[in-house]
Design a binder for this molecule. Structure first.
Ligand SMILES: [Zn+2]
Ligand SMILES: [Zn+2]
Length: 251
């Protein structure tokens, strides 16, 4: 699997930035994880929009879904242009509630909605997908997403508070994409559904992950200050998210 970071910032994009979106590619499959603000513009650098096979949404917060509407417009126009089959709406896999959000995932012939929860397993092309509910959101589900293909595993942690138990879901993942929303200097006194950079590093080390990608970062953070607080992770390669970063797990 080849991962490309299309967006990683939160809660809003910085200059020429984008909020979360990750492209996962194999020889057979093009899968988009989350579709935040600015993600479509970045996607077009790597892949025609009409070549996507599926979109998986972790949850419905704006920083993860802001570009879904323009993706639907794009697919509709590509169907009109004859570049995508009218009979092939893009499947969107996402939590089954709230209902007013799920209703927006069905658009003409462009997209169809398929609800998922912790019991769901999917096969999308040559990628096996499963889900874990995280400690995030005001009672609405947010799912971490586990992807397995050709003997490699990527776990995308989505948004998650310290109450998420990653064992065994993310244990020994070849790549753990974990949020590091806070630095020590701006960490709130009480946990509020997000992890700090330090907590991401501690979890990745405890889970013995092969590599760690720290993401969901405020756009003004520097790579150096994020790395400074990620020293607890020593088991493998630590990446700090930036737009266009690619990690090839087939190597
Ligand atoms: Zn969220
Ligand atoms: Zn978020």
């Amino acid at each position: 699997m080849l991962l490309t970071v299309l967006g990683f910032q939160s809660p809003y994009p910085g200059p020429a930035g984008a909020t979360p979106g990750y492209l996962i590619q194999t020889a057979y499959t093009n899968l988009l994880l989350d579709c935040g603000s600015g993600v479509l513009a970045q996607l077009t650098r790597h892949l025609p929009v009409y070549d996507l096979d599926a979109l998986i949404l972790s949850h419905y917060h704006h920083d993860h879904v802001a570009d879904v509407g323009v993706l639907q417009y794009g697919l509709m126009v590509h169907q009109l242009f004859g570049q995508r089959d009218q009979e092939s709406p893009l499947p969107i896999y996402a939590p089954g509630k709230p209902a007013e959000k799920t209703a927006e995932l069905v658009y003409r012939d462009a997209t169809r909605f398929y609800p998922v929860d912790e019991t769901t397993t999917l096969t999308i092309g040559d990628i096996r997908v499963s889900f874990l509910r995280t400690d995030h959101g005001d009672g609405e589900p947010c799912h971490a997403i586990r992807l397995e293909s050709s003997g490699k595993t990527i776990v995308y942690g989505a948004d998650s508070g310290p109450g998420t138990d990653w064992t065994p879901f993310a244990s020994q993942a070849d790549l753990f994409i974990c949020e590091g929303t806070y630095l020590e200097r701006n960490k709130p006194a009480r946990p509020n559904g997000h992890l700090s950079v330090g907590q991401a590093a501690e979890w990745a080390e405890r889970l013995r992950c092969g590599s760690l990608l720290i993401t969901h970062l405020f756009h003004e953070y520097t790579e150096e200050e994020v790395r400074q607080e990620a020293k607890a992770y020593r088991s493998g390669t630590c990446y700090v998210a930036k737009i266009g970063l690619q990690i090839d797990l087939s190597l």
